[in-house]
Design a protein around this ligand. Structure first.
Ligand SMILES: [Cu+2]
Length: 69
């Protein structure tokens, strides 16, 4: 299962790594590929994850979650 997360505020590789680490800390997330230029993250899930968890992770990284799809 895959989710695409739109994120605002990332500008470089440091941002990508920060968001990636926070997302991969979520229970159920097996991997996260983050792209600052495109402002998105593609997360691979082992099971369903409440969208609030993504929002909290992105928020705690210091960026803004726009949309999950
Ligand atoms: Cu950065």
């Amino acid at each position: 299962m895959k989710k695409i997360i739109k994120i605002d505020g990332m500008s470089c590789e440091h941002c990508e790594n920060h968001v990636k680490k926070e997302l991969e800390d979520i229970c159920g997330v097996t991997s996260a590929e983050v792209n600052a230029d495109e402002g998105k993250a593609v997360v691979e899930l082992a099971h369903k994850v409440d969208e609030v968890k993504f929002e909290t992770a992105v928020d705690e990284s210091g960026y803004e979650l726009i949309e999950v799809k």
